[in-house]
Design a protein around this ligand. Structure first.
Ligand code: G3P
Length: 219
């Protein structure tokens, strides 16, 4: 399973986000590997209308209908067809843990799946009782790294993370600097169900070729 985080890269915005989603779909259909585009809120509805893939967004807020200017409402994500949500990404963390708990609960109330990010094992253990659909271990210092990856720099932590998530049957996703077949193979070997990747795909001049390369790690 591959979550491709479009972030707010220019290559993952607007028309280019739609085109990138089509590439993800082609590769997902040919390979039978589940690929999830994780897109900007503003692009979500257009992309949902143009793909058969499940489309996720990168954040929602712990609110219900009301006066919340500029926040992202879980109900409306569901209404336009969003299937799931990233929460607590290192680039968009909640101010306090109670807000994260509420956002996760609100998502589940309205039928959205959740993937919650942990930046270390301490944070990961606190997430287990929240029962998100996925937990991702993603060390922030390796996000976007061109030299290292979570798989090369933190293999033991992936194993430990899996030991925790496996006890409560929550699938583990790992991310940060994933860019090679070996990164994918090692991540899966250490217990991850899948990967979260961004720059290696979204910023690539040849995203399809790069994705096909990473897919080899699942074969
Ligand atoms: O959500 C995954 C993302 O933060 C990983 O980014 O650029 O290290 O693949 P990147």
């Amino acid at each position: 399973m591959i979550f491709v985080n479009f972030k707010t890269y220019e290559q993952g915005s607007g028309r280019r986000a739609v085109d990138l989603s089509k590439i993800l779909q082609e590769v997902a259909v040919d390979s039978n590997v589940k690929i999830v585009p994780v897109v900007q809120v503003i692009d979500a509805e257009t992309i949902i209308d143009s793909t058969i893939l499940d489309v996720w967004i990168q954040h929602v807020d712990p609110i219900s209908y009301g006066a919340h200017t500029g926040w992202v409402l879980p109900e409306e994500a569901t209404r336009v067809g969003v299937k799931g949500v990233f929460l607590n990404h290192s680039e968009h963390k909640f101010e306090d843990f109670s807000a994260l708990i509420k956002a996760n609960a609100r998502c589940h109330e309205v039928g959205l799946k959740t993937l919650i990010f942990a930046e270390d094992l301490d944070e990961l253990q606190k997430l287990l009782p929240l029962k998100p659909n996925f937990i991702s271990y993603e060390p922030p210092e390796l996000v976007g790294s061109e030299e290292e990856s979570v798989a090369t720099a933190k293999p033991e932590v992936i194993k430990d993370a899996f030991n925790f998530t496996n006890q409560v049957n929550i699938p583990l996703i790992v991310g940060a600097g994933i860019k090679s077949v070996a990164d994918v193979e090692k991540s899966l070997e250490y217990g991850a169900l899948g990967i979260a990747v961004s720059s290696a795909i979204v910023k690539s001049n040849e995203p399809k070729e790069k994705l096909l390369e990473l897919i080899e790690g699942f074969e």
